[in-house]
Design a protein around this ligand. Structure first.
Ligand SMILES: Cc1cc2nc3c(=O)[nH]c(=O)nc-3n(C[C@H](O)[C@H](O)[C@H](O)COP(=O)(O)O)c2cc1C
Length: 218
């Protein structure tokens, strides 16, 4: 297996990235994206917005061939799980408010917020997020997890890689087999790698079919 450098040197435009991204299901199994490059990609994707900036996303990167094989049946035998360089499990931490102090203190130390605001944010986030009904807490991490997932996919495309988001897996089995703690909600899997075959084109509803102005008269 070869560890390979970034596949492209020229940064594509935003339009090229967005127009060019497709779900890719066939990958070059001999191609490895280095962990360093994946870390760079994550650093970019982590710029995604999140509720109260609590950044509840956590990731399990599965890049070991044995573990990819273990994941294969859990993910309905979707071949991309083993052929892609890695599969990123996007997880949402429903107790991410416990890191509020760290986050807001970091913002304070960076000079982004005064001390009083930091203290207010810490107190409020602990009070509000610490007492949410479980369904609301899950909804929040799904929303934030979706945003960061999209950033991962676009960041991958900008680097010359391809991805496919996957909801087609047994989440219950996944948390059991990969020993995911109870506070973490599986949001989606993302296979990432070097395409062996282009993704097939897909259609979209038109803007006029999905957008209304001021009056939501669907
Ligand atoms: C939440 C989610 C779950 C998905 N699950 C799967 C999946 O399990 N397997 C798969 O091959 N594609 C999956 N897809 C990819 C969609 O089929 C694909 O995004 C859609 O057909 C549009 O095609 P495009 O991504 O190439 O634009 C999923 C997409 C999303 C957003």
């Amino acid at each position: 297996m070869s560890t390979t450098q970034a596949v492209q040197t020229q940064t594509p435009s935003y339009a090229e990235v967005v127009q060019g991204r497709r779900s890719v299901r066939h990958y070059d199994p001999s191609f490895t994206i280095s962990r360093d490059e994946l870390k760079d990609l994550f650093a970019e994707a982590l710029k995604a917005p999140s509720s109260s900036n609590l950044q509840p996303w956590r990731f399990l990167v599965i890049d070991s061939p044995e573990l990819k094989q273990k994941l294969l049946p859990i993910a309905n035998n979707q071949q991309q799980v083993v052929d892609a360089s890695a599969v990123i499990a996007v997880l949402g931490d429903v107790e991410s408010y416990k890191l509020g102090e760290t986050i807001y203190n970091r913002a304070y130390e960076a000079g982004y917020m005064p001390e009083a605001t930091r203290d207010m944010f810490i107190a409020n986030s602990t009070k509000i997020y610490g007492n949410l009904p479980p369904e609301i807490a899950r909804k929040i991490v799904y929303t934030d997890g979706g945003l960061v997932s999209m950033q991962i996919m676009l960041s991958a495309k900008a680097r010359g890689y391809d991805t496919v988001p996957m909801g087609g897996y047994n989440a219950q089995k996944f948390v059991e087999e990969f020993k995911i703690g109870e506070r973490y909600v599986p949001i989606m899997l993302i296979a990432i790698g070097k395409a062996a075959q282009e993704g097939h084109p897909s259609v979209r509803l038109t803007v006029d079919e999905v957008v209304r102005w001021n009056e939501f008269d669907f």
